[in-house]
Design a protein around this ligand. Sequence first.
Ligand code: C2E
Ligand code: CA
Ligand code: CA
Length: 375
Amino acid sequence: VAAAERLRRCVRPGDVVARLGGDEFAVLLGAAPGPEAVLPVAERMVAEFTQPCAVGERKIPVGLSIGIALLPEHGRDVDDVLGNADLALYESKEGGRGRATLYAPHLGERSRRRAAIEQGLREAVARGEFMLHWQPRVDLDGWRMTGAEALLRWQHPVLGRVGPAEFITVAEQTGTIAEIGAWVLREACRVAATTLPGLTVSVNVSALQLRQGDFVAGVRDALDLSGLPAARLEIELTESIFIDDANDAMAVLRRLQQLGVRIALDDFGTGYSSLAYLRRFPFDTLKIDRAFVRELTSRQDTQAIVAAMTQLATSLGMRVVAEGVERVDELDLVARLGCHEVQGYLVSVPRTETEFGRLRGGWDAGARPHAPALH
Ligand code: C2E
Ligand code: CA
Ligand code: CA
C-alpha cells in the first residue's frame, strides 16, 4: 500500500498505477509524447523510494527498478509492450537496481542468448559438451606442483564457447546445476585417479548444489566409482554457503570431512569476507581472491589485510593459497606475506588434460620465476 501511494504521487490524474502481483507494479502514462517525458517520471519514482517505509516501529528499506517500453514503438499489443518493458526491467536489476531503463532491441538479443543457454544446459551433459580444464597449484616452499583445480568449460553448439562465469549462474537459477555438478565431480575424480597421480584435485561446488539432494552421497559415489582416495579430493566452497542456512551447511561440511575429503574456502575477501567464518569451520585451505592479489603491489593496506588473513588462517592450521597471481612481483609479495601456495596465469592458464600432462612432465622445481635483479 505504501509503495502504491508513492507511485501515485509521481503520476498525473488519468494515468494508471496497477499492481501486477507480488512486488510488481505497472504504470501506464497516458499523454507522454516520448522518452523525454517518461524518463523524468521514472527518476521521480526512484527518488520516492530512497526513504525507508515506516511499518509500525520499524523502518523498512524499499527500492525499485524500472523498465520502460513505449507504445506503439515497442510493441503492438499489451503482451508485446509488457514483455519488452520486462526485458528493460531485467536490465535495470542487473545494472544494480534503483535504475530505469528504456527498452532497446539489443536487450531482446541478450534474453535470446540467455534462453539459448538455459535450453542448452538441459542437454549439455547428455551431449558431451562439457570438458574440464586444469590449473596447477604450486607450493612456494619447494616450487612443487601440489594440486590442480578443475575448471568447467562448455562448447555450445550454436553460441560456441560460453564461460562458467556466465552459465553457472543460469544453471543455478534453473536447477540444472545438480546434474552438471554431479558430472564435474565424477569426471574430476576419474581424471585425478587416472592421469594426475599424487595431486590433490579441487572441485568447485556452488552453494545451491550443496543443498540439493544428497550431495555427500554424490561425493561418495564419485570417489567409489573412480577409486580416488578421499584425501586427494578438495571441495571449494564460497562464503555464500553460510548465508541462507549456516547450520545446514555446517552439517554437510562435517559429513564431508568425515569422508576424509578436504574443504577449501574459495574467493576469500570478496563479498562478506568475515574473519568469523574462519572460526566456524576448520577449513583445510583458504583461497585469497584475486581482487586482493591485484592490489597488493599498489596498496599498503591490502598488504596488511592479506598478511593478517594469512596469519590467522595459518594459526588455525589452514593452507593459504593466493589466487590469480599473474606477475613475479605479486608472487614475491604473497610469498613474503606468508601464503603457502600460488595459482595463476604466471604459473599456467587452465589447460586441457593433455596440455596439463605436458606441463607436469616438464616441471622443474628449480625454475621458480624471479624478478630480474636490479643493478
Ligand atoms: P574460481 O573458482 O575463482 O576460479 C578461478 C578463475 O580465475 C578461473 O576462471 C580461472 O581461469 C581464473 N584465473 C586463474 N588464474 C588467473 C589469473 O592469473 N588471472 C586472472 N585474471 N584470472 C585467473 P574461470 O575458469 O572462468 O571460472 C570462473 C568461475 O566459475 C570460477 O571461479 C568458479 O567460481 C566457477 N566455476 C568454474 N568451474 C566450475 C564448476 O565446475 N562448478 C562450479 N559450481 N563453478 C565453477
Ligand atoms: Ca575455485
Ligand atoms: Ca576463487
